[in-house]
Design a protein around this ligand. Structure first.
Ligand code: PLP
Length: 501
């Protein structure tokens, strides 16, 4: 007999988990989450496991029979948790610090419970309309004009891919969407431009779009790691002369390594003169523009054709949530819209069907968590929190500048500091004190800090030098945590040198 509730130990039962069992388990999970968030600090930030250690503890074959949720949750704690790196730990300051905030988590929980698919307006009108409203709010918060239309994607990598697909589509007469690229003698090679500091997602977009990595020309940067507009103009002129077809420029507001900000107004002038699509990657830096004194970060972006901002980076929204804005929604739609019969709906131009603006058909209800975050913190609350992160980074930068054994390797426009240990007493090894030695020492220092489990940092290379990359972006990070990291760096630096000698 069909059963409306699932008996956890009866293999013949049908249907989903019993609502009362769900209630009890959900309470337990929520209690677990609340305890976790209240006290993430008790875990080592980075997982302390060797490759394969987690997999080996898990059965290689799927369960033949139902298992009680109790056991599953117990295994989550016993086996899975030790293999996690805690991005929500206040000591997490690698890559870009992110936050699964309380309101964001609640929005994510409800989105999972509802499990709606926001592919068409009619498949959940609220999901589409809330996406429009929340992205209208975010647009106002960061000061973009009202003619920017937004959609939510999983990641900035997808958003940038879609933006450059729209840029390619804007070369309408070439009919690339219809005819493709291969084997076409009538088609010049396409070129997109970005600085040498640009994120690898632009390389990937070039690969996917058939432009190829050679079709992405990287332009040199100035002393502050910003794209050099004169070099961009020269490159475009040279390419045109050699028969390339320039079609887009990617400017960055907050580059991955140094968080430098390209001179968007100058780049916009060039794009206007050359009739090129201007895409701005503000995946990290875009959120800064909510803060009045950092509004300059998006100067000139009102003239961009498209811009990506990631609330899942520095806007306290659980991963994933990346927003692509464009002033040319019809071009983006022309690049992607394919509507088979079963997806036809009757509302016509009265609605937007968000499946038309990217590759994915199925779309998660990501707007809900963003809406929760924007409402819960409000403009004032967001400003205060972003400002605090910038102040913490400025303070760390000051400590670095004042220390005789450390040096800062880049300016700090936002909340990220790049530094390295440069001891005055360089040890006794044959190459002590050389650049190669400094690279090695700093790589070891990074590993030593991370091995403590009390803080987590990452690294990058800046003008060839190994740099320790400290990005403050988690809501739970306080001055005490930044100070702890600084103490660790100073304490472990000499130990690392002594070991290397
Ligand atoms: N753009 C910049 C400047 C980034 O730093 C990153 C990742 O750190 C990305 C794009 C890619 O972001 P996502 O992980 O959302 O694809």
């Amino acid at each position: 007999m069909a059963n409306s509730s699932h008996d956890p130990v009866d293999p013949s039962s049908l249907g989903d988990m019993d609502p009362e069992e769900f209630r009890a388990m959900a309470h337990r999970v929520v209690d677990w989450i609340a305890d976790y968030l209240a006290d993430v600090d008790r875990f080592p930030v980075a997982a302390r496991v060797s490759p394969g250690a987690i997999r080996r503890q898990l059965p290689a074959s799927p369960p033949e029979h139902p298992e009680p949720m109790e056991h599953i949750l117990a295994d989550f704690e016993r086996t899975i948790l030790p293999g996690l790196t805690h991005w929500n730990h206040p000591g997490f300051m690698g890559y870009f610090g992110i936050t699964g905030s309380g309101p964001g988590i609640l929005g994510e929980m409800l989105a999972a419970a509802l499990n709606v698919n926001a592919m068409l307006w009619m498949t959940s009108p609220s999901a589409t309309e809330l996406e429009e409203v929340a992205l209208g709010w975010l647009r106002q918060l960061i000061g973009l004009p009202s003619d920017f239309f937004g959609t939510i994607n999983d990641t900035a990598s997808s958003s940038t891919l879609y933006a450059l697909a729209a840029a390619r589509e804007a070369l309408g007469s070439l009919r690339i969407r219809q005819l493709g690229l291969p084997g076409r003698a009538d088609l010049p090679r396409l070129r997109v431009y970005a600085s040498e500091e640009v994120h690898s997602s632009v390389d990937k977009a070039a690969i996917v779009l058939g432009v190829g990595q050679e079709g992405l020309r990287k332009i040199p940067t100035d002393h502050a790691f910003r794209l050099d507009p004169a070099a961009l103009s020269r490159a475009i002129a040279e390419d045109r002369e050699r028969g390339w077809l320039p079609f887009a420029v990617v400017a960055v507001v907050g580059t991955t390594s140094t968080t430098s900000v390209d001179p968007v107004p100058d780049i916009a002038d060039i794009c206007q003169d050359e009739k090129l699509w201007l895409h701005v990657d503000a995946a990290y830096g875009g959120s800064a523009a909510i803060v009045p004194e950092l509004r300059w970060a998006l100067d000139g972006c009102d003239r961009a054709d498209s811009i990506v901002v990631n609330p899942h980076k520095w806007l306290f929204t659980p991963i994933d949530c990346s927003v692509l804005y464009t002033r040319h929604p019809e071009t983006l739609r022309a690049a992607f819209s394919v509507v088979p019969e079963y997806l036809r709906s009757t509302e016509g131009d009265a609605v937007r069907n968000l499946m038309d603006y990217g590759v994915s058909l199925g779309r998660r209800f990501r707007a809900l968590k963003l809406w929760f975050v924007l409402r819960y913190f409000g403009r004032d609350g967001l400003i205060a929190r972003l400002r605090e992160h910038v102040q913490l980074a400025q303070e760390l930068a000051r400590w670095v500048d004042e220390a005789s054994d450390f040096e800062r390797l880049a300016p700090v426009p936002f909340s990220t500091v790049n530094l390295r240990y440069r001891p005055r007493q360089a040890g006794t090894g044959a190459d002590a004190g050389t650049e190669e030695w400094l690279d090695r020492i700093n790589a070891r220092l990074e590993a030593a800090v991370n091995a403590t489990g009390r803080a987590f940092i990452s690294h990058t290379r800046i003008r060839g030098r190994y740099a320790l990359h400290v990005a403050i972006g988690n809501l739970r990070t306080t001055r005490e945590h930044v100070r702890r990291l600084w103490d660790l760096l100073r304490e472990l630096g000499p130990a690392v040198v002594a070991e290397a000698s």
